[in-house]
Write a protein that binds this ligand. Structure first.
Ligand SMILES: C[S@@+](CC[C@H](N)C(=O)[O-])C[C@H]1O[C@@H](n2cnc3c(N)ncnc32)[C@H](O)[C@@H]1O
Length: 499
């Protein structure tokens, strides 16, 4: 094994922001599952550690959006760390640090106590000693009550594609050269075999993966498929591996997945509802849903809450729309058909949100006053779960925060990222995936496409300008014709069974 334990080290990974890693999203996942979460995003002294942070876009965005936090990103690849540090310096983000380290031998005592940890796209892609390093950090440094977000390729959905991955590795070895060239060459062989009717490559799932890989940036394809230790996992095995850190599984950072009625058919739910044992329940869900990528949320010591306490905590949240009121989608595609956001309840809510961020409790009162918030329809869990879960709204972490100027930490970071997007040459190091527009009010990034980020920065005007913040203008985004608004619910769920 190489110094990277077989991990692709000769091509940088895509630079992306991942909304599921934001503490506000993780705290909400806890609340939706009736688990106490100290809504970490509201704390201004939070310590956030991202393991395998890649080129640092998520860590940078969270740091810029929460100037009181301490954010630490750890990654093996010097090129990733160098780029992330360079952006932090350029944008003057002083509350983020990037550590170049191999998790397999990293000394956990170098880290402070951690409130929230996240490892996105890490667990299934790295070798066992590296996974063990993550568990050592969590066991030693994650505080009691602290949160972990862990994404990984899940079994049994991925089992179907194990042959595809092996073929890419083996063919790549014969081709030689840089990982992205090997991946591109190996993909040609895969396509030729698929056209020739190779059975393994012609199942709908594997064929879908091949089509997807053809459209993806070479850096992404290399890091997705060319790692020697890549191994999809069953949820129960991940849970066992995390045992030294004493973590309890809470639910999914993909919020809609926490609503069984959206992801299971009625017949499947009738069976799953009879299963009390959590590991078996998760396995049956994965088997029913064919979930290929899991975004697990864990708490070090889950404390359950009553339904009343849950409603109360959700009612205290403030939310804002991410699209115009008349573009809200009320019919969400689900496993068993379509779930309709009851227009009588949601329309007055959406109308009120069209005027700006509102407290969920106030929105429930507005819906009730409109005469329809009765009889179990008007619950905070549905309001928040459906609107935020479908990407049509976001939690506003600091409703009271004054607007971000273009010269604020968030504004400076957005400008630095926009500069890179517009200046980058095509090629492996210039690849930009999903972006996050940093915002102090949101306390997280607004997920958007690179061109949307550039357009938003241009609209914000030069540094020092008192232009309104991006989040204050959210509802006007679509008017401006900016693409890349967060995907709709059916797309969110669809992506989970493809990735
Ligand atoms: C698939 S990428 C995901 C990057 C980022 N989290 C994201 O989702 O955009 C996995 C990351 O893990 C890092 N990594 C791999 N092996 C590692 C190790 N032994 N120690 C620390 N980081 C490692 C890689 O450099 C890479 O940036």
């Amino acid at each position: 094994m190489s110094w990277s334990h077989g991990y692709v080290a000769d091509v940088p990974y895509t630079a992306s922001y991942h909304a599921y890693q934001a503490p506000s999203q993780l705290g909400l996942a806890c609340l939706l599952n009736r688990v106490h979460a100290p809504l970490p995003a509201r704390r201004d002294d939070l310590t956030y550690v991202e393991v395998g942070c890649g080129r640092g876009r998520t860590a940078l965005c969270l740091a810029a959006s929460n100037p009181g936090w301490r954010v630490i990103g750890i990654d093996l690849l010097p090129a990733h760390v160098a780029e992330a540090r360079e952006i932090a310096t350029e944008a003057g983000i002083g509350n983020v640090e990037f550590i170049e380290a191999d998790l397999a031998s990293f000394d956990a005592s170098l880290l402070p106590e951690i409130d929230v940890a996240s490892a996105h796209g890490f667990w299934s892609w790295v070798a066992d000693p590296v996974r063990d390093g993550l568990v050592r950090i969590l066991a030693a440094r994650l505080r009691a009550g602290g949160l972990l977000h862990l994404s990984y390729n899940a079994l049994p959905a991925w089992q179907e594609a194990i042959g595809l991955q092996r073929l890419l590795i083996e063919a790549g070895d014969r081709i030689g050269g840089r990982s992205d060239h090997r991946a591109a060459g190996a993909l040609e062989l895969v396509q030729a075999l698929r056209s020739a009717g190779a059975a393994h490559l012609n199942t709908p799932y594997v064929s879908g993966l091949i089509d997807r890989a053809r459209g993806l940036a070479p850096g992404y394809v290399s890091h997705e498929y060319m790692n020697r230790s890549w191994r999809p996992c069953f949820h129960a095995d991940v849970l066992d591996a995390l045992a030294p850190a004493r973590l309890d599984h809470v639910g999914s950072a993909v919020l809609l997945e926490n609503f069984p009625e959206l992801v299971l058919t009625d017949a499947q739910r009738a069976i799953c509802d009879r299963i009390d044992e959590p590991r078996l329940r998760e396995l049956t869900r994965d088997i029913c849903m064919q979930r290929a990528l899991r975004d697990d949320v864990y708490v070090r010591g889950a404390r359950r809450m009553s339904r009343e306490a849950q409603e109360q905590a959700l009612a205290e949240l403030t939310v804002c729309l991410t699209r115009l009121p008349d573009e809200i989608v009320y019919a969400l595609k689900t496993a068993s058909g379509t779930a309709t956001l009851t227009p009588e309840f949601f329309r007055p809510v959406v109308q009120a949100l069209g005027e700006g961020p509102r407290r969920v409790g106030d929105l429930l009162s507005i819906a009730a006053a409109a005469g329809q918030g009765q009889g179990g329809v008007g619950r905070a869990i549905d309001l928040v779960g459906m609107l935020v879960g479908s990407g049509q709204a976001m939690v506003v972490t600091r409703p009271e925060a004054s607007v971000d100027s273009a010269g604020s930490a968030a504004g400076r970071l957005n400008r630095a990222i926009a500069g890179r997007i517009t200046a980058d040459e095509p090629g492996p190091s210039g690849e930009t995936g999903q972006c996050g527009l940093a915002s102090t009010r949101l306390g997280a990034g607004l997920a958007c496409a690179p061109d949307a980020l550039v357009a938003a920065v241009q609209a914000a005007g030069p540094p020092g300008d008192a232009a309104p913040p991006v989040d204050a203008r959210l509802p006007t985004w679509r008017h401006a014709g900016i693409p890349g608004i967060p995907p709709e619910a059916d797309e969110v769920l669809q992506m989970r069974s493809i990735l």
